[in-house]
Design a binder for this molecule. Structure first.
Ligand code: G3P
Length: 219
């Protein structure tokens, strides 16, 4: 499973990339706002050091406007994916961009029926928001199971990009179900490292090494 990082925070992307944990980047208007920098400058900077796909979200509500934005965005880097919302206008855009060989990511998706629509329109990625489903008392990961079954039943090449990932269990379940990608906020990515036995084991090794270096008897 690929790991994308779900942020527009350039230094967080650099940090995760140094650890080999960034296969791609996803952004959205809220993440751009949170990063507090100009949209185009931020994406260009990310594209200067990330080779994998970078999702950039369109803001127009009509297909014509979204296509204009897509034409602009694809010049911001070498591997730009056009992020489009799950609407009838959005699916027109996906169909058109897919025919031009431009990658797309269908976002704010909450049902298997919506995912099927996105796949039929020719989306490269579809992004189900599992955390937001959990927030309203649904099992977000059930949607991933349904999508995996449907895409496999019909051999769709559209990739399942699990989004709104809030904790390590979302990531683990995504991998067990066979999602293609999970996009993870930087803080959640760092949580994946955590295990009390790892901390305890490292502390014990360091402590033994200190005694050993002092010339104490090694057991
Ligand atoms: O990629 C979409 C994701 O950023 C949404 O996450 O936590 O705002 O539901 P969240």
């Amino acid at each position: 499973m690929q790991f994308f990082i779900d942020t527009a925070d350039v230094s967080a992307i650099k940090q995760a990339n140094e650890m080999g944990l960034v296969d791609g980047v996803t952004t959205n208007p809220s993440l751009i706002k949170k990063a507090g920098q100009d949209h185009e400058e931020t994406i260009r900077e990310i594209a200067s050091f990330i080779d994998g796909p970078i999702s950039v979200e369109t803001l127009s509500e009509d297909a014509e406007g979204m296509l204009k934005e897509a034409d602009e965005y694809i010049n911001w880097g070498k591997n730009i994916v056009i992020k489009v919302v799950m609407t009838p206008e959005g699916m027109k855009v996906v169909k058109e961009l897919s025919s031009r060989g431009i990658q797309t990511n269908v976002t704010v998706t909450f049902s298997a029926a919506q995912a099927l629509i996105a796949a039929k329109a020719g989306a490269t990625y579809v992004s189900p928001f599992v955390g937001r489903l959990d927030d309203i008392g649904h099992y977000g990961m059930e949607l991933i199971e349904q999508m995996r079954a449907i895409f496999d039943n019909y051999g769709f090449s559209t990739k399942i990009l699990v989004a709104s990932v809030r904790n390590p269990i979302h990531l683990l379940d995504s991998a067990l179900i066979g999602a293609d990608v999970a996009t993870v906020p930087p803080a959640t990515l760092m949580q994946l490292f955590n295990h009390p036995l790892t901390d305890k084991g490292i502390a014990a090794f360091l402590n033994d090494a200190k005694q050993w270096k002092k010339g104490a008897k090694v057991g």
